[in-house]
Design a protein around this ligand. Structure first.
Ligand SMILES: Cc1ncc(COP(=O)(O)O)c(C=O)c1O
Length: 402
């Protein structure tokens, strides 16, 4: 059967492609962002207990009460606004991956414009296309200090009478950027001025490393609660990406749109995993786990950044997420000058060659750009891996120096 004309242009997700290539070549997989270590025991025990306790039938469509309540508490204590009624503000979805189309299909009309910031998570443009809306693309570019930033004038010019929403991601995959108070204030003022919705993907909200640049919920900025849909999930924070427990937080009038789509996308998501997720967010075990994970990831980030620098890449600073975006221009030029390697000219040819010959897989970020030229000299590496995995990758990357 031919793929529909809406989805055919999007091909196969780059994550599936690179992980498949990594497996075929037995490469160390620093491409797809999933930990190569298991989630915490206390969480597995909670999931098994929920199954044994008989929580095995369809959940309430918008989530089991304990999880809605735990998310509301967590959102409030981490600087969000106070949610007095979790049942009218929070919808549990099958990962943030479902929260995205539920929000976009439920609230965006055909012909609306959605401001899309590149590089983006690859499902964003596909969701916008499914809603028959039009992306209005802005590019994050490194400034003089190497920090990815939007041009304020370009940002202002992107808003117009057809703009229905801006789709924001902070902490940002793939750049590792955490949007600052000043940047979020500017975006907020434009959303309010033009009466635009803000859909914010915060799946890496817990994974931030710089006290000077904490994660901020844009929903809590003045005038933003009534126009913001905050999306997040459990997988990255608790190293259980396969559980696919996500959520959308929004006031009731916007939640109505999210649920209008959610009921027909999945209706409800895994009941026992929702019970375990509530435990993760509400228990001291969860808080202790997060503290140690953040310390571990800060060390992993430094370990990988040092290895990349040694191999000739120029890693950009990661303040959040578990990715490093590295400028690969020096490596591409060096390799392309070698006999037989003249075909290595961009991120895609470099990542394929590294996977097949160095046995280290990474993501070519042009998949995250509509304007491909902006991404072709970068490579994205994931550091959500054991120290010994990163050490083995460093050894192989060293071969780039010889
Ligand atoms: C920015 C971003 N949004 C959403 C997702 C998907 O989240 P989930 O695994 O909860 O579906 C990811 C996963 O990599 C991501 O990086």
């Amino acid at each position: 059967m031919p793929v529909s004309s809406t989805l055919a242009p999007f091909g196969t997700s780059i994550f599936a492609e690179m992980t498949g290539l990594a497996m075929r070549h037995q490469a160390i997989n620093l491409s797809q962002g999933f930990p190569d270590f298991d989630g915490p025991d206390f969480l597995k025990v909670a999931a098994v207990a929920a199954i044994r306790a008989g929580h095995n039938q369809y959940a309430r469509s918008f989530g089991v009460p304990a999880l809605n309540a735990a998310i509301a508490r967590d959102f409030t204590t981490t600087g969000g606004y106070t949610i007095t009624d979790p049942d009218t503000h929070i919808t549990i979805t099958s990962g943030c991956t479902e929260a995205l189309p539920a929000t976009i299909l439920g609230l965006i009309n055909p012909g609306d414009e959605v401001i899309l910031i590149e590089p983006f998570y690859d499902s964003y443009p596909a969701c916008i296309a499914l809603a028959r809306a039009t992306p209005r693309v802005l590019t994050l570019r490194p400034d003089k200090s190497g920090t990815f930033a939007l041009d304020p004038a370009e940002l202002e010019a992107a808003f117009n009478t057809r703009t229905r929403a801006i789709l924001l991601n902070t902490p940002h995959n793939p750049t590792g950027k955490v949007f600052s108070q000043a940047e979020l204030s500017h975006i907020s003022s434009l959303c309010i001025k033009h009466n635009v919705l803000c859909i914010v993907d915060e799946v890496y909200e817990k994974l931030v490393y710089s006290p000077a640049l904490p994660h901020l919920h844009i929903a809590s900025f003045p005038g933003m609660a009534e126009r913001t849909i905050t999306l997040s999930s459990l997988g990255k924070s608790f190293s259980v990406t396969g559980w696919k427990i996500g959520w959308a937080i929004a006031p009731p009038h916007l939640t109505a749109g999210v649920r209008a789509a959610h009921q027909f996308l999945t209706f409800a998501t895994s009941t026992p995993m929702q019970h375990a997720a509530a435990h993760a967010l509400a228990s001291p075990d969860g808080a202790a786990y997060l503290k140690s994970l953040i310390a571990q990831y800060a060390a992993s980030r430094d370990q990988l950044a040092a290895a990349l620098t040694h191999a000739g890449f120029i890693p950009h600073r990661t303040d959040g997420t578990y990715f490093i975006m590295a400028d690969a221009s020096p490596v591409i030029s060096r390799l392309a000058a070698r006999p037989g390697l003249g075909h290595i000219q961009d991120d895609i040819t470099l990542c394929r060659w590294m996977t097949e010959h160095l046995k280290v897989a990474a993501i070519p970020p042009t998949a995250f750009y509509i304007n491909k030229a902006h991404g072709r000299h970068f490579v994205r590496f994931a550091f959500c891996k054991k120290p010994e995995t990163l050490a083995a990758a460093a050894e192989r990357l060293n071969m780039l120096c010889s």
